[in-house]
Design a protein around this ligand. Sequence first.
Ligand SMILES: [Cu+2]
Length: 346
Amino acid sequence: MFNVLEKHRLMMGMSSGGGSGGGGGMGAACYVYPDTPATPGIVTPNVVYDRSVYMNGSMTMDDGKVVPIWGFTDTAAGQMGGMDASGPFPSPAMRMNVGTIVHTRLTVPMMNGIHTIHHHGIEPSDHADGVGHITWDVNGTYTYQWRPMSPGTYFYHCHVNTVLHAEMGMYGALIVDPKEGPGTLLSGGPTYDTEAFWVVDDIDSRWHNLGWTAGTCGADVGLNVLQPDYFIITGVDASGTSAMNLPPISANMTVGQKCLGRYVCAGYHPQRVRIPAGLKAKIYISDGRALPNPVSTTGFKAISGERYDMIFEPTQAGDYVVEFDIVDWITGKVWGTARTNVVVTS
Ligand SMILES: [Cu+2]
């Protein structure tokens, strides 16, 4: 794990990778971050989300294995941040109506390295985008100012050493409602009665013992090889039955109601979604943009960061199991399947 000496080296702009005598990069900074500036053009927000970072979280899988997890805490709710702090997984959700002026205040404790918050799909101005290196990384406090303009399902995540930090669990839901608020998917309709939240992720537990700078100094730490051994939905091991009958991952509804499935592909391998025909699923929004014409579906393939908002209007009672195959991006092999269900009563 990251230690004080490494931190000092990083702050001094010295190489910390590969021990002594490694080839190349002698004296070159392998990870330098500028001071975070003041937020330009800052105005009074409608809503503020206070976030810090935890790096001592964990998730216990169905087989008893404990996998280290990092994420964001909601400090306004009293959740602490820090190297020794734990917190919720996934990170606390953000939810607001379109047009809301939002401030995300990220505070990274000194010894927690550096992190950012990228509001995926929102497309704010550069200085609010949270993409490390391209804008700036945060060690201290920075306020992201942004304003969502399209309803739908999004997510936020850390964008520092992204391949690792997102895998470690540094993400949370970001839901944008139309001006009517929750219960309406798009302004003017359609409406829905219940919601299911499916953040589907593949976990390679070997990666979860790496330090936060792993790979950033050029060392090969294996981040090009993802061999997932756990398959989760919204922070629950979903290889077996743990994610069944577990709202708000699964959903309960009656015939005549409408259920909204909010799906985020949060893994790295492509995912093949399989939806029972009896759910009569229709996709209304893809990646935060309303489709000109809703599309009926019994399944589709998604890749990292994609989101789909779909409404189910089943006409018959039943226990409908929805499955997500994790498909190797090169070989097409199925690494595993995550499952949950929508229970429809008459
Ligand atoms: Cu991070």
